[in-house]
Design a binder for this molecule. Structure first.
Ligand SMILES: [Zn+2]
Length: 213
């Protein structure tokens, strides 16, 4: 299988394929870990009641996967995010966010309904929330914004020979997804960027700073 990544045009964006995207998010857990890595620095769970990290992951992760030893209460990264009351599995959210972030012409609720095997009503609601979160139209960010970047995509050495990029650099073949978090409201936005060079990250930070109120 030949992929567009091998195209000679160097200016094209290195975006992961749909297959890779679905392999990245095979189940709810993979989606949850991805969101946690964006909301919590390094993915280390932080209790939203006391701000402490003396926490552990409980066996029965539904509905709240973490427990704070100090507060003795369960919690989740969803607290005060657009995902707080959603029953849609988290990997479907992650995939939907990626699709919206990478399709500049827009994603229809009909497409999400088919691709993610969810009702069109749910797909419409997800799109609405994702667009709101990404546009900042609801006063999404306040002044305290943290930016976190993470790499997504398949591991090069696990890829089929034809799909390898063979450039020897770490992180090659992956897109960089950066998320911005509002520390006060624990809300976030994500964006896929071409690379993690300072200019790219800086551009994103400036974009979201404009949304800050
Ligand atoms: Zn606590």
């Amino acid at each position: 299988m030949t992929q567009s990544k091998k195209a000679p045009d160097k200016s094209h964006r290195e975006v992961i394929s749909l297959i890779e995207l679905f392999e990245m998010f095979p189940d709810e857990k993979s989606g949850r870990h991805w969101f946690e890595s964006i909301i919590w620095k390094g993915g280390r769970a932080v209790c939203h009641r006391c701000g402490g990290t003396n926490t552990y992951e409980v066996k029965n992760t539904k509905p709240l996967p973490h427990r704070c030893r100090d507060c003795r209460k369960h919690f989740s990264f969803r607290h005060r995010t657009i995902l707080e009351r959603s029953h849609i599995p988290l990997h479907k959210w992650a995939i939907a966010i990626y699709l919206v972030a990478t399709n500049h012409k827009g994603v229809s609720s009909m497409k999400l309904h088919r691709d993610l095997d969810i009702s069109q009503r749910h797909a419409w609601a997800m799109l609405h929330k994702i667009r709101q979160a990404m546009s900042g139209e609801t006063g999404f960010f306040s002044e305290t914004v943290e930016v976190e970047e993470t790499r997504v995509g398949g591991i090069e050495k696990n890829k089929h020979q034809d799909n390898k990029l063979n450039t020897g650099r770490d992180g090659v073949g992956k897109s960089v997804v950066i998320g911005a978090k509002d520390r006060n409201y624990n809300k976030f936005a994500v964006q896929v960027v071409e690379n993690k060079k300072r200019a790219t990250l800086h551009g994103f930070i400036q974009e979201i700073s404009k949304m800050a109120r």
